[in-house]
Design a protein around this ligand. Structure first.
Ligand code: TRP
Length: 453
């Protein structure tokens, strides 16, 4: 079999392009859909504190390690470990990542399909005049129809595949750079509307006044899982993107900027959602539908809500796309570089398989909801296990690899671009990836799963 020509790899054009693409991967449904619903189920403010601590103490170091591994190796998530650790089992991290990509994109495309439906509903102005109960009802009717959300999901997967086929650098980084700031501004407008609703203070207290009695090992595990999910770490997305980063960029600064943007957008989404949740008497524990039954109420109460709702859901679709392409890219980079498949063939086959598993997820939120394991349907199992098991496990092995397998000089060279720039806090970073992150992840993991009950 012919070998892939590695001298001819893709790469990102500019430093700002890298940040835009990686931030585009990080900022997505994880921030606006998943963060509020998981925070809502896990008590709000106490969850938020653990979430932010996880980002700073564990998430950013894992992100930086992924960038360093990818850029050092100039390979996809599987090939990177094969190259840096030949004849060692570390490549299994890459295998896990590829498996994770299938799992994550399956349910991610379900939710992305919902955003397309809501975009189309906004355009036809179908939220107008509906009460909070009616809006909840129409979401449930939509979901339980089965075929209706499946159509949107297929459309979303076609869009994702369409972008990945043409290579990442030509379209997505350009759009992401312009559109992400607009999304931030729009969320900010919704924040203002939401916090000025009568009865909003209860929602703010829910998000910001911690009740530590709500903390337990499972809440902490889910906060860690959410941090991993939101930053796109733990499954090789950022190893893959790191391999496209220019050797002159300062990856430490990039990781900090991306993490900060991502966290801000999640917190803003929380401030937009929770006051409205309480003002409209919605249950904060409503689960994956939370955002979809809350947001239309805010638009109904906003001046020019029609216009804002279209713009918002459009940007949400785009945010979902810049994330889903990064997940698909992990698989496609693997297939093209390791198996020397043509990019088109790799994209079509991977996207088709994911669409099929994705349809099962979508149906499991509707007609197939009665097929359950441990009380969870297929969608919920994939959502829960990928964020809370697969990603932390991947992150654990990634920091062990960077901290203990690679030697300190290799890491230092990579972070300082061979000594040409300064890497601030290098000592702290190495200490974290060697000791703090692995120990903390392992403890949270074992307690959260009830191993130490
Ligand atoms: N971080 C993205 C979001 O918040 C989703 C995502 C993209 C992701 N790539 C990932 C999650 C890799 C986990 C791993 O929407």
């Amino acid at each position: 079999m012919a070998k892939f020509d590695f001298s001819n790899r893709d790469s990102f054009g500019t430093k700002i392009g890298v940040i835009a693409a990686a931030a585009g991967s990080a900022v997505g449904l994880g921030n606006i859909w998943r963060f509020p619903y998981v925070a809502g189920e896990n008590g709000g403010a106490a969850f938020l504190i653990i979430y932010v601590l996880s980002i700073i103490a564990i998430g950013m170091p894992v992100m930086l390690s992924e960038f360093a591994i990818g850029r050092m190796a100039q390979r996809n998530a599987f090939g990177a470990f094969r190259k840096l650790a030949p004849r060692r089992p570390w490549y299994l991290i890459g295998v896990m990542g590829i498996l994770g990509a299938f799992m994550i994109l399956s349910f991610y495309s379900t939710v992305a399909g919902w955003t397309l439906e809501y975009l189309s509903d906004s355009i036809t102005n179908s939220f107008a005049g509906k009460s909070a109960q009616e809006l909840t009802q129409s979401f449930q009717t939509f979901q339980s129809s089965g075929w209706h959300p499946v159509i949107w999901q297929v459309i979303f997967m076609i869009l994702t595949a369409g972008i990945v086929v043409s290579g990442v650098e030509k379209g997505i980084e350009k759009y992401a750079k312009v559109l992400m700031p607009i999304l931030l501004v729009l969320i900010f407008a919704m924040v203002i509307r939401s916090v000025t609703l009568p009865g909003s203070s209860e929602g703010l207290a829910f998000l910001f006044a911690p009740d530590f009695s709500k903390l337990n090992a499972s809440v902490i595990l889910q906060a860690l899982g959410q941090a991993f999910f939101s930053l796109s770490i733990g499954m090789g997305v950022l190893i893959t993107y790191g391999s496209y980063i220019n050797k002159k960029d300062n990856i430490g600064n990039s990781a900090a900027a991306i993490s900060l943007t991502d966290t801000l957008i999640a917190i803003f989404a929380g401030i937009a959602i929770f006051p409205a949740v309480f003002a409209f008497n919605i249950d904060p524990k409503a689960g994956p539908e939370l955002v979809f039954i809350t947001l239309p109420n805010i638009f109904n109460q906003m001046p020019a809500g029609y216009f804002f709702s279209i713009l918002f859901f459009l940007l949400l679709v785009i945010a979902a796309l810049t994330s889903s392409i990064s997940v698909l890219e992990v698989v496609v980079a693997f297939l093209t570089e390791q198996l020397n498949w043509h990019r088109r063939k790799a994209t079509v086959i991977a996207a088709t398989v994911i669409t099929i598993t994705g349809i099962i997820c979508t149906m499991s939120q509707g007609p197939w909801d009665n097929i359950r394991l441990f009380g969870l349907n297929v969608f919920e199992i994939l959502d829960w296990t990928s964020a809370n098991l697969l990603l932390p496990l991947g992150g654990f092995f990634i920091v062990i690899f960077a901290g203990w397998f690679l030697n300190k000089n290799q890491i230092k060279e990579e972070l300082t671009n061979n000594g040409t720039t300064r890497a601030m806090l290098l000592g702290a970073y190495v200490f974290i990836i060697r000791f703090v992150a692995p120990i903390v992840i392992a403890l949270i993991f074992l307690f959260g799963l009830g191993v130490f009950g």
